[in-house]
Design a protein around this ligand. Structure first.
Ligand code: FES
Length: 118
């Protein structure tokens, strides 16, 4: 009598990156932001004074304020509606507030900004 030789199921591979060229870096002002419309919705691109680029859903985790209209300082943005601060690297509200907006991975290559829209 034979035995089964089935191997255990392989773990699911992570989804492949979905990099999209969204704009030139020069279109994001230093210590500022701009909006891009994508298949994932309206996103806010932030460029810090030390030239790091972040991408968040353009909606504050508190009550949906437009983060792209906030003030960028360091690696945080202050929401224009109620003044809560959001960490640009994580999308999370600073304590004691809780909540998080979706963050997208960013690459800058050849002066162009690429987003992973997964
Ligand atoms: S909506 Fe951003 S702080 Fe209230």
């Amino acid at each position: 009598m034979g035995t089964s030789s089935r191997s255990p199921a392989a773990p699911a591979a992570p989804a492949a990156a979905a990099w999209r060229d969204v704009c030139p870096l020069a279109q994001i002002p230093p210590a500022g932001a701009r909006v891009v419309k994508t298949a994932r919705g309206q996103l806010a691109l932030f460029r810090t004074a030390d030239d790091v680029v972040y991408a968040l859903l353009d909606a504050c985790p508190h009550k949906g304020g437009p983060l792209s209209q906030g003030i960028v300082h360091g690696h945080t943005v202050t929401c224009p509606l109620h003044g809560r601060r959001i960490d640009l690297a994580t999308g999370a509200l600073e304590a004691p507030d809780v909540g998080c907006t979706h963050r997208f991975a960013v690459r800058v290559e050849g002066g162009r900004v690429l987003l992973d829209l997964r």
